[in-house]
Design a protein around this ligand. Structure first.
Ligand code: AMP
Length: 118
């Protein structure tokens, strides 16, 4: 069973912010911003590349509710999902990073030449 499936099953403790029948949101163990939450589906989905449109529709609503719950909906926030090796995904269970609580920086994403691909 994967790490986040164990969190869903409460085999591994987590600091839960919001939970419904389909999704769970908890604090990231290694926060990159004053607010750093992970939102995941309870059923195992490998990554965004595998998720159905149906699930995303519900998940979008859930993520918006998480932002309201922690009062970052008005000040603004960022939603990120890393996909696969080049995307930098470390945990192979779909998760959305919800980051906020301060003005976030925007920068270079790789050492490769950003003009180089096309
Ligand atoms: P990613 O690199 O997009 O796969 O992100 C995985 C995230 O999971 C990282 O930000 C980790 O800090 C976070 N993480 C790993 N283990 C745990 C855990 N047990 N509880 C909460 N967050 C975790």
């Amino acid at each position: 069973m994967c790490l986040f499936c164990k969190i869903v099953n409460k085999e591994i403790p987590s600091n839960i912010i919001l939970e419904d029948e389909n999704f769970i949101a908890f604090h990231d163990i290694n926060p990159k911003a004053p607010v750093h939450i992970l939102a995941i589906p309870k059923v195992h989905v490998d990554s965004f590349d595998q998720v159905s449109g149906d699930m995303m529709q519900k998940m979008t609503h859930f993520i918006q509710n998480v932002a309201k719950e922690v009062h970052i909906d008005k000040s603004g926030y960022r939603v990120i999902t890393n996909i696969g090796e080049n995307g930098g995904q470390e945990v192979g269970h779909l998760h959305f990073h919800i980051l906020g609580g301060a003005k976030l920086r925007w920068g270079h994403f790789s050492d490769a030449d950003p003009q180089g691909h096309f």
